[in-house]
Write a protein that binds this ligand. Structure first.
Ligand code: GDP
Length: 300
């Protein structure tokens, strides 16, 4: 965790440092406030959140009078924490059924890191003593099932797969059936994320979801979003949120961007908390999203 924090800090703290430098200027004139706004927008904080934050900062700085670096840091930390939401429930739930395994569906656009995230999540669960079955329902991308199976072998989880181009819903069904037969604790289902048409996506994910729910409740639908795609990724995320009820967001590739502000805008946009973050390609590079650690890394 310490290592992950350090990595996050390296990639993130240009935003916080930039903000603190601007806020420390002797004269906080309109140009400076505009620069602060630009800094936030560039970091993908989003328009609404940027406006809200700048308004709060203006008020609080006015009340403050003197501005020591430590005061500014505390103030910025508090306001960013409020924006990110310190008290949201960010637990990934996997224990809905008493008799049946918990089921987690992983959705998102291809290339965002769905399969990798599914593998890493399996590793976390297995390390926690839970038995996991993987469902390779991404039958669109040819290599996805192999990739998932490799992850499964690496972490000690069985992979249920079907023929290439097969029906994702029937694979999801089989995976849950297998999970029940094996008395597994959790079934993780990797899905396809082709955004050809909204109805196509809706049909496919909707069917996977309905089929899974024949066995019992679905614990989580995690939406994987690539942090490096910024506002563009947000537009795509919105389409998924319209198609299935997302219960949590996994923000991947945070190691490759200084635009950590996407955490704020995606939660606000979709009304769903960021639960996990991806900080690299390796098996240990998935971490729970911790608002305080994140903000501290952001401010530096
Ligand atoms: P999918 O098409 O959504 O299933 O995407 P993949 O899981 O195949 O991931 C696409 C690429 O992104 C792969 O090269 C992954 O190794 C890489 N990737 C996934 N998550 C992360 C992350 O958190 N950080 C970095 N740097 N790369 C990641």
């Amino acid at each position: 965790l310490v290592r992950l924090r350090a990595r996050l800090a390296r990639s993130q703290n240009s935003l916080g440092k930039g903000l603190l430098t601007l806020l420390s200027r002797e004269h906080l004139d309109e140009d400076t406030w505009e620069e602060i706004e630009d800094t936030l927008l560039t970091a993908d904080v989003g328009v609404a959140s940027t406006q809200e934050l700048v308004e709060r900062l203006r008020e609080r700085v006015k009340v403050l009078g003197t501005r020591t670096p430590e005061q500014l840091r505390t103030l910025l930390r508090e306001e960013l924490l409020t924006l990110v939401g310190a008290d949201l429930d960010r637990e990934v739930k996997t224990e809905s059924g008493l008799e049946t395994p918990g089921v987690v569906m992983v959705v998102g656009v291809n290339g965002t890191g769905k399969t990798t995230t599914t593998g890493k999540l399996a590793r976390v669960l297995v390390a926690d003593g839970r038995s996991v079955v993987l469902g390779a329902a991404d039958t669109f991308r040819a290599a996805a099932a192999d990739q998932l199976q490799t992850w499964g072998e690496r972490v000690g989880a069985r992979t249920v797969r079907g023929p290439e181009g097969g029906d994702p819903a029937s694979i999801a069904f089989d995976a849950v059936k297998e999970g029940i037969a094996e008395s597994a604790d959790v079934v993780l289902i990797d899905t396809a994320g082709r955004l050809h048409t909204k109805t196509g996506l809706m049909d496919e994910l909707g069917k996977v979801k309905r089929v899974v729910e024949k066995h019992g409740p679905l614990d989580e639908v995690l939406l994987v979003l690539d942090a490096t795609t910024g506002q563009n990724g947000l537009v795509q995320a919105r389409v998924f949120a319209e198609v299935v009820d997302i219960t949590g967001i996994v923000l991947t590739k945070l190691d490759g961007t200084a635009k950590g502000g996407i955490v704020v805008s995606v939660q606000r946009e979709l009304g769903v908390p960021v639960k996990l973050v991806g900080l690299g390609e390796g098996p240990d590079d998935l971490a729970p999203f911790e608002p305080e650690a994140f903000i501290d890394a952001l401010i530096g």
